[in-house]
Ligand binder design. Sequence first.
Ligand SMILES: NC(=O)c1ccc[n+]([C@@H]2O[C@H](COP(=O)([O-])OP(=O)(O)OC[C@H]3O[C@@H](n4cnc5c(N)ncnc54)[C@H](OP(=O)(O)O)[C@@H]3O)[C@@H](O)[C@H]2O)c1
Length: 288
Amino acid sequence: MKILGTGLDGLVGSRIIELLSGKHEFENLSLSTGADITDRNAILQKIKNSDAQIMLHLAAKTDVDGCELDKPLGEKGDAWKINVFGTQNVVDGCSESNKKIIYISTDFVFDGTKEAYSEEDAPNPLSWYAKTKYEGEKIVQTSKIPWIIVRIASPYRAVFKKLDFTRAILKRLQEGLSVVAVKDHIFTPTFIDDIALAIDVLIADNLQGIFHAVGSQSLTPFAASILIAKEFSLDSSKITETRRAEFFNNRAPRSFQLALKNDKIQRLGVKMKTFEEGLREIKKQGII
Ligand SMILES: NC(=O)c1ccc[n+]([C@@H]2O[C@H](COP(=O)([O-])OP(=O)(O)OC[C@H]3O[C@@H](n4cnc5c(N)ncnc54)[C@H](OP(=O)(O)O)[C@@H]3O)[C@@H](O)[C@H]2O)c1
């Protein structure tokens, strides 16, 4: 299968390519390959010129606090321009060339007022980043092309130039530094290799709709940090607890109860790892 993607050199996309390029042929539309999804005419042309049947759309402004600074600028800020108008451009390019779109979205679309979220639950984004990602979801859902929305959460992997949550904690502990971790916040870390597998199955089964491709364990960042120390035999006494009000003071608003249900994707035979299983796997793969 030929797959045209955006943002395939980011944290998530580059691992998807590593894992699935033996099976699928990828072409990456990203800033690094000279493609800007906010440049409407250019991106439409590039999408139309491709004979890929599938668009895997990951490109986004992903810095949550950075996006919040764009909020006063509204539609003129980068967050809206990239995540909303950019997604509109990608969708329009797909609809003019008959491609199915797989849009990668986020657990942040939920407000954290429910104990756990399924695909049927209504989003209510709190931050500007989440709002722009949800606007992207709506553009995808109301389009005339076949679509899949894959919501992911706190993705981590063994090796990448940019640190994810898991490797950031691990690096500090390995360097003997202290870690301050929030104890009144639930999140659902997701092993990126499982996201790649989920996408592969969604493509193979030719499915449509919303899917939560998230890990099988929701926990606090404090508990996650303790598990990291344990798996890598590091000193957990370096980890101290804090409260979200303190940790996220003066930062973008966040949802703090973010347990997502993943039974819909698991019913397709995709085993989404628990955080403990994911840690064992990245240790095996050799952390960098
Ligand atoms: N990371 C998370 O915690 C997380 C959690 C939930 C959902 N997600 C979603 O998952 C997706 C991938 O996230 P990620 O962490 O892999 O992101 P990332 O590492 O920040 O990568 C973002 C990618 O988007 C590209 N990009 C940004 N602006 C662009 C533009 N105007 N035109 C073309 N390409 C552009 C970047 O290209 P260059 O590298 O060339 O600049 C990069 O390849 C995003 O849609 C994000 O919203 C991420």
